[in-house]
Design a protein around this ligand. Sequence first.
Ligand code: HEM
Length: 470
Amino acid sequence: MEKVVPFVPIILLGLLLHIFLRRRNKRDPHKRPELPPGSMGWPYIGETLQLYSQDPNVFFATKQRRYGEIFKTHILGCPCVMLASPEAARFVLVTRAHLFKPTYPKSKETLIGPSALFFHQGDYHVRLRKLVRGSLSPESIRNLVTDIEALAISALDSWAGSQVTNTFQEMKKLSFEVGILAIFGRLEASYREELKKNYTIVERGYNSLPTKLPGTPYKKALQARKRLNEILSDIIRERKEKKSTEKDLLGCFLNSKDDKGEIITEDQIADNLIGVLFAAQDTTASVMTWILKYLREYPKLLEAVKAEQKAIYLSNEEGNLPLTWAQTRQMPITYRVVLESLRMASIISFTFREAVDDVEYKGYLIPKGWKVMPLFRNIHHNTEFFSDPQKFDPSRFETALKPYTFMPFGSGVHTCPGNDLAKLEMLIMTHHLVTKFRWEVVGSQSGIQYSPFPVPLHGLPARFWRESTD
Ligand code: HEM
């Protein structure tokens, strides 16, 4: 006890000095900005274990409660600043986007293809992005409605029966086919099969340890990625021989010449086609899986969606006429279900950038080379912007939202160019699902798995029946 007493005044003095200096610093306009609050965890491993030993959303939410909208941490060997407010997301992704470059692990970049647009900033990115956006714009994809419809019908028909279907895995097959359609138009079945076979191996390697030892999933993925280039090369050669003038994404790439007459090389085309497939498949599939889950959990909402879609179905002579683009624009209830599913599931919980210079934000320093992560999920689940955020309530989209509070497709220079296609696919799938089928979830109805996007546990095993055969 005697030993502790002399320290008390010293500690008090220290505290007072600290408060005084902080106040003085606040008043000093020349003060060097400080790092944001937060903990960097253990040397090297930082807080990686804390992040991966629990639901990552709990990790981020706990940090936000403790430190506020901006905080630092250290994960996967990198110092990071996490940002959980609409203003901060706008700062990083839109107004100061030039100060934050996209950043991915080298091993993943190699697998997708280093020329894929999402790894780039500047002129090359702008050029590629214009082409991708053009071929995935509403004006272009309106011509795909009938083909997407055929794919959705064929998928749903194949699930009907007594067998248990892994909804997510089946949705992946559908979104892969839609991706292929947007890229190549109506591609020969043998090419589609070859692409699918090798792409699946690449995908498996993408989420595995990046070691090049023979027989490892990563090594197999690198070999499959090489084969994908050969297949793409064959498709391109055939197109050139036929002198075809298709307007799909491949056609746009092949016909592109910049101001100086420069074409896009075959390697650049291959990397971007694989990149688009990669960006399109699991994302859309996981949101479609969530839509099925939410509709099942909210029977009144399912009834409302059914009524909306049945009216369209009847006006199309009970499905004998194809859906039209105009009809897909007139599905307000279903559309709000899609938006609310995107918000609730927030399958892209955050994105990564890297500061290319020291950047100051609201008096805090974001040092050059640090990773910066706008946390979309935290914003989508913040009670300040979405009341009762854990409740599935599509009516919240009946009124306008505050800017930058809803970013399921990101924002700014890298915002998702496939968002209209993804939404169209979801609307068409939902139309056929609710007008002709009934489904029931098998086993546990709760739980999430990360693969790596959040998906209902075990991919939402379900049984599907055709309504008419009841
Ligand atoms: C529900 C489905 C989808 C979601 C939630 C989604 C979400 C996103 C997000 C958040 C980004 C921005 C990432 C960042 O800023 O770091 C992005 C970028 C991208 N998405 Fe999507 N996406 C979806 C479907 C699609 C589809 C169907 C395609 C193509 C057919 C696509 C192609 C792309 C591409 C190429 C980029 C990179 C854009 C760039 O860097 O300029 N996405 N997506």
